[in-house]
Write a protein that binds this ligand. Sequence first.
Ligand SMILES: *Cc1c(COP(=O)(O)O)cnc(C)c1O
Length: 377
Amino acid sequence: MKSIQMVDLHSQYLKIKQEIDNGIFSVIETSSFVKGGKVVDFQRNLEKYLDVKHVIPVANGTDALQIALMSLGLKAGDEVITPTFTFIATAEVVALLGLTPVVVDVDFDTFCIDTQEVEKAITPKTKAIVPVHLFGQNANMEEILKIARKHNLFVVEDACQSMGSHYIFENGEAKHSGTIGDIGCTSFFPSKNLGCYGDGGAIFTNNDVLAEKITMIANHGMKIRYYHDIIGVNSRLDSIQAAVLEAKLPHLDNYVKSRQNAAHFYNEKFKDCKKVITPVTSSFSTHSFHQYTLKLVDVNREKLIENLKERGIPAMIYYPIPLHLQKAYQDARYKAGDFPVSEHLSQCVASLPMHTELDNEQLNHISENFLKIIADC
Ligand SMILES: *Cc1c(COP(=O)(O)O)cnc(C)c1O
């Protein structure tokens, strides 16, 4: 059996080696390393794939979120609502821009922002909502859009983990994750659903005015070279990363299917185990299983993870501490106990290996050992 990893990028590479190698070498041959043809090619292909008007490539997912927020013309002290159970980048950029992150609890089933809690957190200073499509499943966007329209708020989707998944509207219409709010942001970090071989990210929007502003901000605030109309940053996707992404984009739907198959395998194996709650797929979203995250019920998590490791099975905790309990984000507004669902999740979640290259032998080994080990934890 191949050794088991949380993410197996090397096996994935070997399957498309020729496409990747050709792409990278063609960039080196043309020596067009930034803003080259490859970046524009990928940009157009991704627009087509997502069915969105504008894709603006940037240097990483955190930059994507920062630039998206910069484009909204917010002022210091404006409030941005985000879930407290997420990766830090979501709130980090809000704080860095001098805006005020307002965190709310998440829904126990889906790990995504609880829309009723969003409504309660709105004040006259609220300007935007940043839902996070955590672990590959979309937040309840229709509900979020309703709240946003009612209170005149922007919606910036953090789609860093949900590339390739669809939001399904009540009328049955499906749209790609990240293309539903005013702006969507994603990351091409190697382990993400669509990952490059370094850092990368992108911003999506159907709004022409925002697209123009975002493009300028990502490029030192200029449209004409050396004429800086607004304050910007330097955030570009480089051509080598674009070449990798261009080679991988045609495989993304199959990658998502592989993840879903692996998740289905685990779900079937664990369905009678009383010590875990398997991932819940909501009615309004497909699930791209960026992570396969279980909720443990009365289990010694440390012992479980330790024992899995001894059998060559890695497991991770995403995320062990919610934002409002992180040292850097502690303030007078929040204390332990304020967001019980997120706090409980951070104590009981565990993610198993999830990637595109898991074969049945590995999946069987992981699940059989998991069931044996958890019985004693
Ligand atoms: C990965 C990730 C980011 C940041 O992306 P980087 O490319 O690592 O900067 C932001 N939000 C979420 C939810 C992520 O998973």
